[in-house]
Ligand binder design. Structure first.
Ligand code: PEP
Ligand code: MG
Length: 891
């Protein structure tokens, strides 16, 4: 028989952490914590199977559920020593969702359930605090009214404001027991008015209502959007956790807080968190009161003058520190915990693997490995390669002048500039039209998720480091400043005021999520240096990976960056990029409009010294690592000016007649240039171009090797479809090598290979490998030609393909393993069958995509080559590929 309910608490549990699919993350962890002997309020988890059963049976629950429910409830009552619905000594419970993956703020929760007009009196007597009892009751009515009955929570908040104003109070805590009782009456009247029926008094009815609402919240709009954004399947379902309530708001000896075993923003190995005395859990994250720091160290670091828990309740702080150590030793990862102190007793409400910034993930992985908690392989798997991008991203230039508008909390690191917008919808609209935006809100809620997703940065005027804005922004890797209290936002006027400055919608502001500063206008940014933890992780990655990582680079600056990031050579030097310099382009154009070979050679002679110089620099920077130089690839019209004035200049420089130049430019026009006169086809028709390039490469190689440096040139021919094309060009290159060797008296070793970027080349790879010494997969063109999808024009409709579920990912960004991958596999097999052990690499954009790198390793390539800033990402992804897994993405 299926078991539908699992109990926990009282030092025992029926479940454990391994049962996330059935119990949800929260339920599994509550069970695991109880099993560890920690003080967890007792309760039980109704499984995800019940959610799925109910959604496929019109909301009807499975047989046997209610018997199990009765037994589980009885157990909770026995442990707590109170009875659900008992007017004298009532047990109150919380009802919360808990899916397999954490979905912060996406699902619904009801607290203080079990209160009614009778039990509230019992609670008042038991606690000796009428105000507390009625405050709990009115919170319950509000939450239940909102989540279960669908009464807008703003209506309750308006009533609360009316009550406070009526009595001339500004804080909720100013309202006494009688005032709270009055508010309860008003709340109940509101429910009756809105729904035409009274608020349910029967605790059993309340409980089943809440359970039903949590189950159906799995399919509410917010949850569905979150699942879409994070790729969570709808059929996972959610579990429901019913748990005895403990109270952090029963007086000054009570508190509630959120803490992380290490700092989730910096990764520092220091206990980190926030708490409030005399408060309920939601108060800490809701941003209504400013939370206090947990420790004295944190208080000092934040220059806060609020009392820390270490000062106000030293004994309980020490106990909490013990729990922190026990949890980290048990879970071997940073935990995000929630706790409540009820009348001097510490209760643990939750623990889960904490979300962290990329910077923190890196530091924790390295620290935990050094501390001996985890091994190197595990440390490597703990960091999401794509997230390293955040660390490689700019920070504000410390020397740049800045006009500071306000300072808030450094909630999610990194710097961002963009146009200020004041609603999620406006953020989406501006972003849609291509603008960068910073979303400014008093505080964010799950409804803002769409706007937060498109924003470069997020600024809130209320809320702490664990506010919704802070948690979600850190998860997304978006810079965020929270709680900038000196700013006032006028949502209707779409403005914000900071001191005497007004920022209107569309004005540019800059945030520094690492310091909390908010600045007017755009502040220049700089690229970060990478060392320390980053360097350590990279060393481990290099020890682990089997794939080499090279860079696509043609300028000395890019080549140096690539080396600094650990590139083991250049996998693609696109020589055409070297011709766009104003001094050079003119000779290039002369060459293009030349009327005969002699004229073309004359122009090429002028380009030769430039190319030679470029290659000398690249060989020198690469210090003996391979440098793969691709001969000219793009169609020639790309180099010509598009206007008449430009053509006149070309004519003048070439000493040619303008009419002839115009005709030549017109003749170069092609309907399908990407399938036209480009790549090796240029080399076949104008061998002197490739000859000049080969001469420049060999002369440079000779010059550098004569200085005593090692050089390893690899010459690569683009867009080969047939072995005969390759052979014609091989003859040109080899002959040039011989000539340069004769002229200089120095001969250098070189390899001559081809790109595989056309399906025919992949299919005929066996034959091509008879002549080509290496292959480099040009997966940009190979994707374009396999799909018949223009890489330059497809952007517009790929999004629609994605929305309609035709494409899961953009095949130009994430490699298509099934289709294009099959061609790669064929080429690898056929190429190596002809030339065993031949060197194989990839230099298309996919070379820097972590998800694609797993395939390239599996298919047997020797290296990936990507843009310099992706080199560290590729090194880590290659290590993870070697370890046979993909990283945790922290969801
Ligand atoms: C490719 O086609 O994948 C490639 C690397 O060449 P390019 O992007 O220059 O066409
Ligand atoms: Mg290409």
């Amino acid at each position: 028989m299926t078991k539908w309910i699992y109990t926990f608490g009282g030092g025992k549990a029926e479940g454990n952490a391994g049962m996330k699919n059935l119990l949800g993350g929260k339920g599994a962890n509550l069970a695991e914590m109880s099993g560890l002997g920690l003080d967890v309020p007792p309760g039980f988890t109704i499984t995800t199977e019940v959610c799925n059963y109910a959604s496929s049976h019109d909301g009807v629950y499975p047989d046997g559920l209610s018997e199990e429910f009765g037994r589980a409830m009885g157990r909770v009552e026995a442990i707590i020593g109170a009875k659900f619905g008992d007017p004298e000594n009532p047990l109150l419970v919380s009802v919360r969702s808990g899916a397999r993956a954490s979905m912060p703020g996406m699902m619904d929760t009801v607290l203080n359930l079990g209160l009614n007009d009778k039990t509230v009196e019992g609670l008042a007597r038991a606690s000796g605090d009428k105000r507390f009892a009625y405050d709990s009751y009115r919170r319950f009515i509000q939450m239940y009214g909102d989540v279960v009955l669908g009464v807008d929570h703003h209506l309750f908040e308006d009533l609360l404001e009316d009550h406070k104003q009526g009595k001339g109070y500004s804080l909720d805590t100013d309202l006494d027991g009688d005032a709270m009782q009055g508010l309860v009456g008003a709340y109940k009247a509101l429910v009756e008015e809105e729904l035409g029926r009274s608020f349910p008094e029967d605790p059993e009815e309340q409980l089943w209502g809440a359970i039903g609402a949590v189950f159906s919240s799995w399919n509410n709009r917010r949850a569905v959007t979150y699942r879409m954004l994070h790729g969570i399947p709808g059929d996972w379902g959610t579990a429901v956790n019913v748990q005895a309530m403990v109270f952090g708001n029963m007086g000054e000896d009570c508190a509630t807080g959120v803490c992380f075993t290490r700092n989730p923003s910096t990764g520092k190995n220091a206990f980190y968190g926030e708490y409030l005395t005399n408060a309920q859990g939601e108060d800490v994250v809701a941003g209504i009161r400013t939370p206090h720091p947990l420790s004295k160290a944190e208080k000092a670091a934040n220059r806060s003058d609020l009392d820390s828990l270490e000062e106000t309740m030293p004994g309980l702080y020490a106990e909490l520190l013990g729990v922190r150590d026990a949890l980290e030793r048990h879970y071997l990862d940073m935990q995000d915990m929630e706790f409540t102190i009820q009348q001097g007793r510490l209760w643990l409400l939750q623990t889960r693997t904490g979300k962290r910034t990329a910077k923190a993930a890196l530091k924790m992985a390295v620290d935990m490995c050094v501390e001996g908690l985890i091994g190197k392989s595990e440390a490597l798997m703990r960091v999401d390669p794509a997230s390293l991008d955040q660390l490689l991203h700019p920070t504000l230039d410390p020397k740049a002048p800045r006009m500071i508008l306000a300072k808030g909390l450094p909630a999610s690191p990194g710097a961002a500039s963009g146009r200020a917008v004041f609603s999620s919808a406006d953020a989406e609209a501006w972003a849609e039209s291509g603008e960068k935006v910073v979303l400014v809100r008093a505080e964010t809620s799950p409804e803002d998720i769409g706007g937060m997703h498109v924003a470069e940065g997020i600024l809130t005027t209320r809320g702490g480091m664990t506010s919704h804005a802070a948690v979600v922004a850190r998860g997304m890797g978006t810079p965020c400043v929270s709680g900038a209290g000196s700013i006032t936002v006028d949502v209707d006027a779409k403005t914000m005021r900071a001191f005497d400055k007004t920022v209107r919608e569309g004005d540019v502001i800059t945030l520094d999520g690492s310091t909390g500063e908010v600045m007017q206008g755009e502040v220049p940014m700089i690229r970060p240096e990478l060392s320390g933890d980053f360097g350590a992780l990279m060393v481990w990655a290099d020890e682990t990976r089997t794939l080499s990582v090279r860079a696509n680079a043609e300028t000395p600056a890019d080549a140096e960056t690539a080396r600094k990031f650990g590139a083991e050579g250049i996998g693609l030097c696109r020589t055409e990029h070297m011709f766009f310099d104003p001094e050079r382009i003119i000779h290039m154009r002369e060459m293009i409009v030349a009327e005969n070979e002699a004229q073309r050679r004359a122009a090429l002679d002028k380009l030769l010294p430039y190319q030679r110089q470029d290659f000398e620099e690249l060989f020198t920077i690469m210090e003996g690592n391979p440098v793969t130089i691709r001969l000219l690839d793009p169609p020639l019209h790309e180099f010509l000016p598009h206007d008449e004035a430009g053509l006149e200049k070309v004519a003048e420089a070439a000493g040619a007649d303008l009419k002839g130049v115009r005709q030549r430019a017109a003749a170069l026009h092609e309907t399908n240039p990407m399938l036209g006169h480009r790549g090796c086809r240029l080399g076949i028709t104008y061998p002197e171009i490739y000859e000049m390039q080969a001469r420049a490469i060999f002369q440079a190689a000779c010059a550098v090797s004569q200085k005593g440096l090692r050089v390893e040139p690899e010459i690569m021919i683009p867009l080969i479809a047939d072995k005969r094309e390759f052979d014609v060009l091989k003859a040109v290159v080899d002959a040039t090598a011989c000539r340069v060797a004769e002229e200089t008296g120095v001969s250098v070793d070189y390899a001559l290979g081809t790109m595989i970027e056309l399906p025919r080349a992949a299919l005929r790879a066996g034959e091509i490998a008879e002549s080509a010494e290496f292959f480099s997969f040009g997966t940009n063109d190979l994707t374009q030609t396999t799909y018949g999808l223009s890489r330059d024009d497809a952007g517009d409709f790929i999004q629609i393909y994605h929305d309609k579920g035709v494409f899961e990912t953009n095949p130009f960004a994430t490699f298509d393993v099934l289709g294009v991958g099959e061609l790669v596999r064929i080429a690898v097999e056929r190429g190596r069958a002809t030339r065993p052990g031949m060197k194989l690499g990839i230099c298309g954009e996919h070379g820097g995509d972590p998800a694609s790198i797993h395939f390239f390793r599996e298919v047997g390539l020797d290296y990936v080559s990507c843009s310099p800033y992706r080199v560290p990402i590729a090194r880590l992804a290659a290590a993870q590929a070697a370890l046979g897994g993909e990283s945790e993405t922290n969801d």
